[in-house]
Design a protein. Structure first.
Length: 69
């Protein structure tokens, strides 16, 4: 019986360690996913700003060319 209890205790400790590792890995993936989502949103916002600046530069260039002619 003593061996059986030791075996059960070892299995429980191994299972607990695996469970903790799995939980921490799951949390890390969740944090990484959130960070990637925020980064994607920021990239989209920056892309919109760049497009607006390109449009503004184009308008300014047209006005300057017409003023110089």
């Amino acid at each position: 019986m003593a061996k059986n209890n030791r075996l059960k205790n070892a299995a429980v400790s191994i299972g607990s360690a695996v469970g903790k590792a799995d939980a921490s890995a799951h949390q890390a993936v969740k944090k990484a996913t959130k960070a990637a989502h925020v980064a994607k949103q920021e990239l989209n916002a920056l892309s919109k700003q760049v497009d607006a600046l390109k449009k503004q530069l184009s308008k300014s260039t047209k006005r300057l060319r017409s003023a110089l002619n």
